[in-house]
Design a protein around this ligand. Structure first.
Ligand code: NAD
Ligand code: ZN
Length: 341
Protein backbone atom coordinates (compact mmCIF):
# COMPACT_ATOMS: atom_id res chain seq x y z
CA UNK A 1 0.00 0.00 0.00
CA UNK A 2 0.98 3.65 -0.34
CA UNK A 3 2.01 5.43 2.86
CA UNK A 4 3.68 8.68 3.91
CA UNK A 5 6.75 7.47 5.77
CA UNK A 6 9.41 9.12 7.90
CA UNK A 7 11.90 6.92 6.12
CA UNK A 8 15.18 8.47 7.25
CA UNK A 9 16.24 10.60 10.24
CA UNK A 10 16.12 13.82 8.24
CA UNK A 11 13.68 16.52 7.09
CA UNK A 12 10.67 15.55 4.97
CA UNK A 13 8.42 12.54 4.37
CA UNK A 14 8.46 10.05 1.51
CA UNK A 15 5.57 8.36 -0.25
CA UNK A 16 6.57 4.69 -0.14
CA UNK A 17 5.10 1.24 -0.73
CA UNK A 18 4.81 -0.68 2.57
CA UNK A 19 2.97 -3.90 3.48
CA UNK A 20 -0.71 -3.65 4.48
CA UNK A 21 -0.75 -4.14 8.30
CA UNK A 22 -1.87 -7.52 9.64
CA UNK A 23 -4.57 -7.22 12.27
CA UNK A 24 -4.80 -9.07 15.57
CA UNK A 25 -7.94 -10.64 17.06
CA UNK A 26 -9.01 -7.39 18.78
CA UNK A 27 -8.21 -5.04 15.86
CA UNK A 28 -9.90 -3.76 12.76
CA UNK A 29 -8.39 -2.76 9.41
CA UNK A 30 -9.53 0.64 8.18
CA UNK A 31 -9.36 1.77 4.55
CA UNK A 32 -8.37 5.41 4.85
CA UNK A 33 -10.46 7.96 2.96
CA UNK A 34 -9.27 11.33 4.31
CA UNK A 35 -6.57 12.54 6.69
CA UNK A 36 -5.79 15.86 8.38
CA UNK A 37 -2.31 17.34 8.67
CA UNK A 38 -1.57 18.32 12.28
CA UNK A 39 1.04 20.63 13.79
CA UNK A 40 2.59 17.44 15.18
CA UNK A 41 3.09 16.17 11.62
CA UNK A 42 4.94 19.40 10.81
CA UNK A 43 7.29 18.76 13.77
CA UNK A 44 7.87 15.26 12.39
CA UNK A 45 8.39 16.60 8.86
CA UNK A 46 10.88 19.20 10.13
CA UNK A 47 12.63 16.54 12.25
CA UNK A 48 13.05 18.94 15.16
CA UNK A 49 14.50 18.02 18.58
CA UNK A 50 11.17 16.70 19.87
CA UNK A 51 10.66 14.52 16.79
CA UNK A 52 14.22 13.14 16.96
CA UNK A 53 13.69 12.14 20.59
CA UNK A 54 10.21 10.70 20.06
CA UNK A 55 9.69 9.19 16.61
CA UNK A 56 11.18 5.80 15.60
CA UNK A 57 12.41 5.49 11.99
CA UNK A 58 11.00 4.19 9.74
CA UNK A 59 7.43 5.13 10.71
CA UNK A 60 4.17 5.61 8.84
CA UNK A 61 3.07 9.05 10.07
CA UNK A 62 -0.37 10.64 10.61
CA UNK A 63 -3.05 10.38 13.26
CA UNK A 64 -6.06 12.39 12.01
CA UNK A 65 -8.22 10.18 9.80
CA UNK A 66 -11.57 8.95 8.57
CA UNK A 67 -12.21 5.76 6.66
CA UNK A 68 -14.17 2.54 6.40
CA UNK A 69 -13.72 -0.80 8.15
CA UNK A 70 -12.67 -3.50 5.67
CA UNK A 71 -11.65 -6.32 8.05
CA UNK A 72 -12.46 -7.20 11.67
CA UNK A 73 -10.48 -9.38 14.10
CA UNK A 74 -12.10 -12.59 15.37
CA UNK A 75 -12.90 -11.17 18.84
CA UNK A 76 -14.59 -8.06 17.42
CA UNK A 77 -18.33 -8.51 17.45
CA UNK A 78 -19.68 -4.94 17.65
CA UNK A 79 -18.21 -3.52 14.41
CA UNK A 80 -19.02 -4.56 10.87
CA UNK A 81 -17.21 -4.40 7.54
CA UNK A 82 -18.40 -1.28 5.69
CA UNK A 83 -18.81 0.84 8.85
CA UNK A 84 -17.57 4.42 8.28
CA UNK A 85 -15.41 5.56 11.16
CA UNK A 86 -12.83 7.83 12.67
CA UNK A 87 -11.00 6.86 15.84
CA UNK A 88 -8.93 7.79 18.84
CA UNK A 89 -5.25 7.78 17.88
CA UNK A 90 -4.05 7.44 21.47
CA UNK A 91 -3.46 3.74 22.20
CA UNK A 92 -3.87 3.24 25.91
CA UNK A 93 -2.95 0.58 28.43
CA UNK A 94 -5.71 -0.91 30.55
CA UNK A 95 -3.79 -1.55 33.77
CA UNK A 96 -3.01 1.84 35.24
CA UNK A 97 -5.02 3.24 38.12
CA UNK A 98 -6.48 5.92 35.81
CA UNK A 99 -7.52 3.44 33.11
CA UNK A 100 -9.10 1.14 35.65
CA UNK A 101 -11.05 4.16 36.89
CA UNK A 102 -12.33 4.70 33.34
CA UNK A 103 -10.17 7.79 32.77
CA UNK A 104 -8.55 6.32 29.70
CA UNK A 105 -7.19 9.68 28.47
CA UNK A 106 -5.01 9.87 31.61
CA UNK A 107 -3.27 6.53 31.13
CA UNK A 108 0.47 7.16 31.55
CA UNK A 109 1.39 4.42 29.04
CA UNK A 110 -0.40 6.18 26.14
CA UNK A 111 1.23 5.71 22.72
CA UNK A 112 0.23 7.67 19.64
CA UNK A 113 -0.37 6.34 16.15
CA UNK A 114 1.78 8.23 13.66
CA UNK A 115 4.10 9.30 16.50
CA UNK A 116 5.18 6.15 18.36
CA UNK A 117 3.26 3.50 16.37
CA UNK A 118 2.42 3.01 12.68
CA UNK A 119 0.06 5.77 11.61
CA UNK A 120 -2.84 6.74 9.40
CA UNK A 121 -1.15 8.44 6.44
CA UNK A 122 -1.58 5.21 4.50
CA UNK A 123 -4.16 3.39 2.44
CA UNK A 124 -4.86 1.08 5.39
CA UNK A 125 -4.59 1.48 9.17
CA UNK A 126 -4.67 -1.20 11.84
CA UNK A 127 -6.47 0.04 14.95
CA UNK A 128 -7.72 -1.67 18.12
CA UNK A 129 -11.51 -1.99 17.79
CA UNK A 130 -11.69 -0.24 21.19
CA UNK A 131 -10.37 2.96 19.55
CA UNK A 132 -12.87 3.04 16.68
CA UNK A 133 -15.51 5.77 16.65
CA UNK A 134 -18.31 5.06 14.14
CA UNK A 135 -19.35 8.06 12.03
CA UNK A 136 -23.00 8.93 11.50
CA UNK A 137 -24.03 9.49 7.85
CA UNK A 138 -24.38 13.25 8.43
CA UNK A 139 -20.65 13.67 9.18
CA UNK A 140 -18.62 13.63 5.94
CA UNK A 141 -15.18 12.03 5.71
CA UNK A 142 -13.33 15.35 5.70
CA UNK A 143 -14.92 16.34 9.03
CA UNK A 144 -14.30 12.80 10.30
CA UNK A 145 -10.63 13.45 9.47
CA UNK A 146 -10.43 16.47 11.80
CA UNK A 147 -12.26 15.05 14.81
CA UNK A 148 -8.95 14.56 16.63
CA UNK A 149 -8.14 18.33 16.76
CA UNK A 150 -11.83 19.21 17.13
CA UNK A 151 -11.70 16.87 20.12
CA UNK A 152 -8.80 18.89 21.58
CA UNK A 153 -10.91 22.03 21.11
CA UNK A 154 -14.01 20.45 22.64
CA UNK A 155 -12.16 18.90 25.58
CA UNK A 156 -10.52 22.25 26.38
CA UNK A 157 -13.63 24.39 25.83
CA UNK A 158 -15.80 22.12 27.97
CA UNK A 159 -13.31 22.18 30.85
CA UNK A 160 -15.37 24.93 32.49
CA UNK A 161 -18.99 26.11 32.35
CA UNK A 162 -19.15 28.68 29.51
CA UNK A 163 -22.86 29.53 29.57
CA UNK A 164 -23.20 33.33 29.67
CA UNK A 165 -19.47 33.72 30.30
CA UNK A 166 -16.96 35.99 28.57
CA UNK A 167 -14.31 33.77 27.03
CA UNK A 168 -10.81 34.64 25.85
CA UNK A 169 -9.08 32.29 23.43
CA UNK A 170 -5.41 33.02 22.75
CA UNK A 171 -4.18 31.58 19.45
CA UNK A 172 -6.37 31.42 16.31
CA UNK A 173 -4.83 28.24 14.94
CA UNK A 174 -7.26 25.58 13.76
CA UNK A 175 -7.82 24.37 17.34
CA UNK A 176 -8.35 27.86 18.80
CA UNK A 177 -10.82 28.67 16.02
CA UNK A 178 -12.75 25.44 16.53
CA UNK A 179 -12.79 26.08 20.30
CA UNK A 180 -14.33 29.48 19.56
CA UNK A 181 -17.08 27.81 17.53
CA UNK A 182 -17.69 25.38 20.40
CA UNK A 183 -17.81 28.20 22.98
CA UNK A 184 -20.46 29.98 20.90
CA UNK A 185 -22.39 26.76 20.36
CA UNK A 186 -22.64 26.07 24.10
CA UNK A 187 -23.77 29.61 24.95
CA UNK A 188 -20.83 31.84 25.90
CA UNK A 189 -21.60 35.59 25.90
CA UNK A 190 -18.57 37.19 24.26
CA UNK A 191 -15.89 35.07 22.61
CA UNK A 192 -12.69 37.01 21.92
CA UNK A 193 -9.86 35.33 20.01
CA UNK A 194 -6.34 36.73 19.75
CA UNK A 195 -3.47 36.11 17.37
CA UNK A 196 -0.60 38.03 15.79
CA UNK A 197 -1.34 36.61 12.32
CA UNK A 198 -4.07 38.55 10.45
CA UNK A 199 -4.83 35.63 8.11
CA UNK A 200 -5.67 33.42 11.06
CA UNK A 201 -7.92 36.09 12.61
CA UNK A 202 -9.73 36.57 9.28
CA UNK A 203 -10.32 32.83 9.12
CA UNK A 204 -11.68 32.79 12.69
CA UNK A 205 -14.30 35.36 11.68
CA UNK A 206 -15.32 33.24 8.69
CA UNK A 207 -15.78 30.13 10.81
CA UNK A 208 -17.74 31.57 13.72
CA UNK A 209 -19.10 34.68 15.42
CA UNK A 210 -16.07 35.93 17.35
CA UNK A 211 -14.32 39.18 18.17
CA UNK A 212 -10.87 38.87 16.58
CA UNK A 213 -8.04 40.84 18.18
CA UNK A 214 -4.60 41.26 16.70
CA UNK A 215 -2.49 41.68 19.82
CA UNK A 216 0.44 42.92 17.72
CA UNK A 217 -1.51 46.10 16.99
CA UNK A 218 -4.44 46.24 19.45
CA UNK A 219 -4.65 46.43 23.22
CA UNK A 220 -6.78 43.67 24.72
CA UNK A 221 -7.86 45.94 27.60
CA UNK A 222 -9.44 48.34 25.06
CA UNK A 223 -11.43 45.44 23.69
CA UNK A 224 -12.78 44.40 27.09
CA UNK A 225 -13.84 48.03 27.67
CA UNK A 226 -15.51 48.20 24.25
CA UNK A 227 -17.43 45.01 25.00
CA UNK A 228 -18.48 46.49 28.35
CA UNK A 229 -16.93 43.72 30.41
CA UNK A 230 -16.76 45.15 33.89
CA UNK A 231 -13.86 43.18 35.27
CA UNK A 232 -12.53 41.02 32.48
CA UNK A 233 -12.84 37.55 31.01
CA UNK A 234 -14.34 34.74 33.07
CA UNK A 235 -12.63 31.89 31.25
CA UNK A 236 -9.40 31.66 29.23
CA UNK A 237 -8.52 28.92 26.75
CA UNK A 238 -4.78 29.09 25.95
CA UNK A 239 -4.21 27.69 22.46
CA UNK A 240 -1.05 29.39 21.22
CA UNK A 241 1.73 27.95 23.40
CA UNK A 242 3.03 31.53 23.60
CA UNK A 243 4.19 32.97 26.91
CA UNK A 244 3.06 36.52 26.07
CA UNK A 245 -0.45 35.22 25.36
CA UNK A 246 -0.63 33.50 28.75
CA UNK A 247 0.53 36.67 30.51
CA UNK A 248 -2.17 38.69 28.70
CA UNK A 249 -4.74 36.11 29.70
CA UNK A 250 -3.82 36.28 33.38
CA UNK A 251 -3.88 40.12 33.20
CA UNK A 252 -7.35 40.31 31.63
CA UNK A 253 -9.10 37.57 33.64
CA UNK A 254 -11.52 38.32 36.49
CA UNK A 255 -10.63 37.48 40.08
CA UNK A 256 -11.28 33.76 40.44
CA UNK A 257 -11.08 33.24 36.68
CA UNK A 258 -10.42 29.86 35.13
CA UNK A 259 -7.82 28.88 32.52
CA UNK A 260 -7.54 25.71 30.46
CA UNK A 261 -4.08 25.29 28.91
CA UNK A 262 -3.84 23.30 25.67
CA UNK A 263 -1.01 25.19 23.95
CA UNK A 264 2.42 23.67 24.46
CA UNK A 265 5.11 26.24 25.34
CA UNK A 266 8.59 25.56 23.99
CA UNK A 267 10.54 24.33 27.03
CA UNK A 268 10.33 26.01 30.43
CA UNK A 269 8.53 29.36 30.39
CA UNK A 270 8.59 31.95 33.17
CA UNK A 271 5.18 32.47 34.82
CA UNK A 272 4.22 35.22 37.26
CA UNK A 273 2.87 32.81 39.87
CA UNK A 274 2.13 35.46 42.51
CA UNK A 275 -0.25 37.15 40.05
CA UNK A 276 -2.06 33.84 39.61
CA UNK A 277 -2.21 33.26 43.37
CA UNK A 278 -3.50 36.75 44.20
CA UNK A 279 -6.12 36.56 41.46
CA UNK A 280 -7.16 33.12 42.78
CA UNK A 281 -7.04 31.68 39.27
CA UNK A 282 -7.71 28.00 38.58
CA UNK A 283 -5.48 26.45 35.89
CA UNK A 284 -6.14 23.13 34.21
CA UNK A 285 -3.70 21.39 31.85
CA UNK A 286 -5.41 19.61 28.97
CA UNK A 287 -4.04 16.59 27.15
CA UNK A 288 -5.74 15.01 24.15
CA UNK A 289 -9.41 14.19 24.34
CA UNK A 290 -11.51 12.38 26.93
CA UNK A 291 -11.85 8.81 25.74
CA UNK A 292 -14.67 8.62 24.79
CA UNK A 293 -16.78 11.32 26.38
CA UNK A 294 -15.30 14.09 24.19
CA UNK A 295 -16.03 12.03 21.08
CA UNK A 296 -19.62 11.52 22.20
CA UNK A 297 -20.16 15.22 22.86
CA UNK A 298 -18.52 16.51 19.69
CA UNK A 299 -20.49 14.16 17.46
CA UNK A 300 -23.69 15.18 19.28
CA UNK A 301 -22.83 18.86 18.74
CA UNK A 302 -21.97 18.31 15.05
CA UNK A 303 -25.35 16.61 14.61
CA UNK A 304 -27.02 19.59 16.28
CA UNK A 305 -25.72 22.65 14.50
CA UNK A 306 -22.02 22.96 15.37
CA UNK A 307 -20.37 23.78 12.04
CA UNK A 308 -16.56 23.84 11.78
CA UNK A 309 -16.39 23.00 8.06
CA UNK A 310 -14.92 26.37 7.03
CA UNK A 311 -11.81 25.70 9.14
CA UNK A 312 -10.77 23.35 6.31
CA UNK A 313 -9.07 25.72 3.86
CA UNK A 314 -7.09 23.32 1.66
CA UNK A 315 -7.81 19.92 0.14
CA UNK A 316 -5.29 17.90 -1.88
CA UNK A 317 -5.19 14.45 -3.43
CA UNK A 318 -2.61 12.57 -1.37
CA UNK A 319 -0.10 12.43 -4.23
CA UNK A 320 0.15 16.23 -3.80
CA UNK A 321 1.09 15.90 -0.11
CA UNK A 322 4.08 18.20 -0.61
CA UNK A 323 1.69 21.06 -1.40
CA UNK A 324 -0.42 20.14 1.61
CA UNK A 325 2.55 20.37 3.97
CA UNK A 326 3.65 23.63 2.30
CA UNK A 327 0.18 25.10 2.89
CA UNK A 328 0.34 24.08 6.57
CA UNK A 329 3.79 25.61 6.95
CA UNK A 330 2.74 28.88 5.27
CA UNK A 331 0.82 30.01 8.38
CA UNK A 332 -2.00 31.04 6.04
CA UNK A 333 -4.02 27.83 6.24
CA UNK A 334 -6.64 26.42 8.55
CA UNK A 335 -6.88 22.63 8.45
CA UNK A 336 -5.37 20.91 5.41
CA UNK A 337 -7.02 17.64 4.39
CA UNK A 338 -5.45 14.95 2.18
CA UNK A 339 -7.81 12.81 0.12
CA UNK A 340 -6.78 9.12 -0.12
CA UNK A 341 -9.60 7.83 -2.34
P1 NAD B 1 -1.10 26.56 15.62
O1 NAD B 1 0.37 26.64 15.79
O2 NAD B 1 -1.67 26.36 14.26
O3 NAD B 1 -1.78 27.87 16.23
C1 NAD B 1 -1.21 28.66 17.23
C2 NAD B 1 -1.53 30.11 16.92
O4 NAD B 1 -1.07 30.94 17.99
C3 NAD B 1 -0.88 30.63 15.62
O5 NAD B 1 -1.87 31.10 14.71
C4 NAD B 1 0.04 31.75 16.12
O6 NAD B 1 0.14 32.83 15.20
C5 NAD B 1 -0.68 32.16 17.40
N1 NAD B 1 0.12 32.99 18.30
C6 NAD B 1 1.47 33.13 18.39
N2 NAD B 1 1.79 34.07 19.31
C7 NAD B 1 0.64 34.53 19.83
C8 NAD B 1 0.32 35.50 20.83
N3 NAD B 1 1.27 36.19 21.47
N4 NAD B 1 -0.99 35.71 21.09
C9 NAD B 1 -1.97 35.03 20.46
N5 NAD B 1 -1.71 34.11 19.50
C10 NAD B 1 -0.43 33.85 19.19
O7 NAD B 1 -1.59 25.40 16.60
P2 NAD B 1 -2.92 24.49 16.67
O8 NAD B 1 -2.74 23.29 15.81
O9 NAD B 1 -4.16 25.30 16.52
O10 NAD B 1 -2.74 24.00 18.18
C11 NAD B 1 -2.83 24.95 19.24
C12 NAD B 1 -1.85 24.64 20.35
O11 NAD B 1 -2.25 23.43 21.01
C13 NAD B 1 -0.41 24.38 19.91
O12 NAD B 1 0.47 24.94 20.88
C14 NAD B 1 -0.29 22.88 19.92
O13 NAD B 1 1.03 22.43 20.12
C15 NAD B 1 -1.16 22.53 21.09
N6 NAD B 1 -1.75 21.18 21.12
C16 NAD B 1 -1.80 20.58 22.33
C17 NAD B 1 -2.43 19.35 22.45
C18 NAD B 1 -2.53 18.72 23.80
O14 NAD B 1 -2.92 17.55 23.88
N7 NAD B 1 -2.24 19.47 24.86
C19 NAD B 1 -2.96 18.71 21.33
C20 NAD B 1 -2.90 19.37 20.09
C21 NAD B 1 -2.30 20.61 19.99
ZN1 ZN C 1 -3.40 16.15 15.58
Amino acid sequence: MKALVKAKPEEGLLMERVPVPEIGPDDVLIKIKATGICGTDIHIWNWDDWAQKTVPVPLVTGHEFAGEIVEVGRNVDDLKIGQRCSGEGHLIGKHSRQSRAGKFHLDPQTRGIGVNEQGAFAQFLRLPAFNVVPLPDEIPDEIGAILDPLGNAVHTALSFDLVGEDVLITGAGPIGIMAAAVARHVGARHVVITDVNPDRLALAEKVTDVVPVNVATENLRDVTARLKMREGFDVGLEMSGNQVALDQMVETLVMGGRIALLGIPPGKSPVDWSRIVFKAITIKGVYGREIFETWYKMIAMLENGLDVSKVITHRFAVDRFQEGFAAMKSGKSGKVVLDWV
